[in-house]
Write a protein that binds this ligand. Structure first.
Ligand code: MG
Length: 405
């Protein structure tokens, strides 16, 4: 997406992934940001944290010129993700190029984050964003808890030369947060003074006389620098997966349509010859309507009426499969996987049994879900009440969705 096509951007993030990782050792496995943690590479893990954050509108990655193929191989497209830009000779220059790429969009705030910190939490992202204010840089940091030594190495041994007081010492992390136009100006100021070696952006803010405010960082937000860090990150990732509660959501839907004089009913996408038809604004497929609502319920995104208002002439006589397909699209846009759908049709007539398998196949096709994850059941209302008198058909539906995090 080109910047001018993007909606108004409040919060953007620049992810710096242009480093060569010289401290990783002389391995042939490539730069550290493309090495894997679990099933994804480090950079993709980092990007997922920001892509899935509802507070972030735009993600700008800065990559090394030599890594474009790796980037295209390992990074998934996402609607928030701008085209990557190439970095410069130093981290500072890479960030500056990333900020320049946002200049057309001019976000209100910007976070600047190291690609090598894949365990940034949603809470840390929101804490940093919340703390941003004019003339203030926001820096997540953790207090130094270990005793700090100064040491010097000779040919064979490293010798302690001093013990440094750890009072008031903090370890700086990212994402660091800024008002976009202020950090942009600070970078311009540093470059105009031939300063190109700052290792973080809060220091560039300091150089421009901005104040730097600390927010609490997290121990998990480690920077992967060495091969040992990568092993540690893989262990941490495994543990996170074991401990993580899966994000499983269930939605239900209910619909009822009146039976009027006609020649056939359409139920779950299948036309069944009958001496009546279902009355309604679209094709009145009460089964697909209930299922659409169940999916929307699972993702908390309104109901069929709010997406397809019955007052809108566009939906007059419309085939209901498009409502269901749209709900599936909304689920997938939220990284949801539809794991199960269950429909119960309640009517005295027509008989559903002979059409059940065709209905399952129809739903499977519309939703692009395996047929063994779809259930269609039917019951009568034992001649009780309006449904029992055959005045209409009611449907209840349940959908289960797993949101990938
Ligand atoms: Mg309906």
């Amino acid at each position: 997406m080109k910047p001018d096509q993007l909606p108004a951007t409040k919060n953007a993030v620049v992810i710096v992934a242009a480093g060569r990782g010289s401290r990783m050792g002389t391995s042939d496995d490539g730069p550290k940001q493309y090495r894997s943690i679990g099933s994804h590479c480090v950079l993709q893990q980092t990007l997922s944290a920001f892509n899935t954050s509802p507070l972030i509108d735009l993600v700008q990655v800065v990559i090394h010129r030599d890594d474009l193929d790796l980037y295209n191989e390992f990074v998934f497209e996402h609607s928030k993700l701008a085209m990557p830009v190439f970095g410069g000779a130093t981290r500072q220059q890479s960030v500056y190029l990333g900020l320049q790429a946002l200049n057309d969009v001019k976000p209100e705030n910007v976070l600047i984050h190291d690609a090598a910190r894949p365990f940034v939490s949603p809470k840390l992202i929101s804490n940093v964003l919340e703390a941003i204010e004019p003339s203030i840089c926001v820096l997540p940091a953790i207090a130094v808890s270990e005793t700090v030594k100064k040491a010097k190495a000779d040919a064979n041994t490293t010798w302690v030369t001093d013990t440094v007081s750890r009072d008031n010492l903090y370890l700086a992390q990212t994402p660091q947060g800024f008002v976009f136009k202020e950090i942009m100006a600070a970078h311009e100021y540093a470059a105009s003074h031939d300063k190109h070696e700052f290792t973080d952006d809060a220091a560039i803010g300091e150089f421009s006389d901005m104040s730097v405010k600390l927010v609490q960082g997290t121990r998990e937000n480690i920077k992967i620098t060495t091969s040992e860090d990568l092993d540690f990150a893989n262990n941490m990732n495994d543990l996170n997966h074991i401990l993580k509660v899966p994000d499983i959501r269930t939605g239900n839907g209910y619909d009822v349509h009146r039976l009027v004089e006609g020649k056939a009913v359409i139920l779950c996408g299948v036309e069944i010859p009958f001496n009546k038809k279902l009355d309604g604004h679209s094709d009145a497929d009460v089964g697909l309507h209930a299922l659409t609502d169940a999916l929307l319920g699972a993702i908390g995104d309104g109901d069929i009426g709010s997406h397809f208002p019955p007052s809108d002439p566009e939906w007059r006589g419309a085939a209901s499969d498009q409502f269901l397909a749209h709900a599936c699209k909304l689920v997938r846009a939220r990284h949801g996987i539809i794991t199960h759908m269950d429909v119960t049709l309640i009517c005295e007539m027509p008989k559903i049994g002979p059409h059940r398998e065709k209905m399952r196949a129809q739903i499977a096709q519309i939703c692009d879900v395996e047929i063994d994850r779809i259930s269609v059941k039917a019951t009568t209302n034992e001649t009780i009440g309006s449904i029992g008198r055959g005045e209409g058909i009611a449907v209840i539906a349940t959908a289960t969705v797993v949101i990938q995090t």
